[in-house]
Write a protein that binds this ligand. Structure first.
Ligand SMILES: *Cc1c(COP(=O)(O)O)cnc(C)c1O
Length: 337
């Protein structure tokens, strides 16, 4: 066990470039809580990290790109789907640092550019499309690295979602930031709920939570219906991150609470519950969630409140991990009159 101060000191020793607007605001959602007649609800506005539209990947970019700069990289290679928030966030952060970006996007080049993909284009990323189910990113990125090195460039590869130990440090740090804010506001957090996709966010949160022996329950709402692989990956990232931060904490599968019930049929497919959640939070609190991650995660919170899974005096903090540019790419599914 370490104290929060000691953990903070270790995180502060890691290479980091300041890019995000931090701390992000912690806001209460009294109108939503009243309507649902549930616990006290809070929202941590990580959608307000700045750069190009904000989100959790901006926090990770502070650490991943610092590592890239330390290794003298001049071009970043990373990957995601057509509407990846990670590639958009990483591209904008890399541009701000004067780095070039090559994106390996899984999917077919669409006729129309919308949402995140439009932003990738405007930010000047070089995009290479690979068909879904085609060669894996490690293979594709290796050949791009060889190609660039022949030209005398210094590439740095960031895995999908920046869900590797360097990126996960950002959410160990975010947990400490959130604890400070709750303390200032005079309340104790019972639950943190967030959307989970590639594991880095949850790995950082649970590692910091366990390291300082905090009793907060952290619920990851999975963005796809099959979650077993993600629990394993989250444990691995958390274990590696512990080593990086020199923490003697062991993370086990039972430390990872991953809820798959609100993911719908598949990753990226909008659910009617997520649509309801987006409208409800928008219309009660004026905050927009996204269709792929935070809408589904909030649908989970709403359902759990309706099923009385929280106590009336619990404080539940929802981390808004961003993703809002995807709203525009989903306009057909989102809009009905
Ligand atoms: C990537 C992403 C997540 C999931 O974070 P991971 O660290 O990949 O688990 C959640 N919400 C949004 C909006 C994201 O873009």
């Amino acid at each position: 066990m370490v104290t929060a101060e000691r953990l903070k000191a270790r995180i502060d020793k890691q290479p980091r470039v300041r890019l995000a607007n931090l701390p992000t605001p912690l806001e209460e959602m009294p109108r939503l809580a009243k309507l649902l007649n549930g616990p006290r609800l809070w929202i941590k506005r990580d959608d307000c990290t700045g750069l190009a539209f904000g989100g959790n990947k901006e926090r990770k970019a502070e650490f991943s790109l610092a590592d890239a700069l330390r290794k003298k990289a001049d071009v970043i290679i990373t990957t995601g789907g057509i509407q990846s928030n990670h590639v958009r966030a990483t591209t904008s952060a890399a541009r701000k640092l004067g780095l070039d970006v090559i994106l390996v996007i899984y999917g077919k080049k669409p006729e129309e550019y919308d949402g995140n993909l439009l932003l990738d284009y405007l930010l000047g990323a070089q995009i290479r499309y690979v068909k879904s189910g085609g060669p894996k990113f490690d293979v594709v990125s290796r050949s791009i690295v060889e190609e660039l090195e022949k030209k005398g460039r210094v590439p740095y590869v960031i895995l999908g979602g920046a869900s590797y130990p360097v990126g996960a440090i950002a959410y160990a740090n975010a947990l400490l930031e959130l604890l400070d804010q709750a303390k200032d506001r005079g309340f104790k957090i019972d639950y943190i709920v967030h959307a989970a996709g590639s594991g880095g966010t949850q790995a950082g949160l649970i590692l910091a939570n366990k390291a300082i022996k905090s009793k907060i329950r952290i619920l990851g709402m999975c963005d796809e219906p099959e979650g077993n692989w993600l629990i394993k990956k989250t444990v691995e990232i958390a274990e590696e991150t512990a080593k990086l931060l020199d923490l003697r904490v062991s993370i086990e599968p039972k430390d990872v609470t991953l809820i798959v019930d609100y993911a719908g049929e598949e990753y990226g497919a909008l659910t009617s519950e997520a649509l309801e959640a987006i409208k409800l939070v928008g219309q009660t609190e004026g905050i927009l969630l996204d269709p792929v991650y935070t809408g589904k995660a909030m649908a989970g919170v709403i359902d759990m409140i309706r099923r009385r899974r929280f106590k009336k005096n619990d404080n539940v903090v929802f981390i808004h991990t961003g993703g809002t540019p995807a709203l525009f790419a989903y306009k057909q599914e989102l809009y009905s009159n």
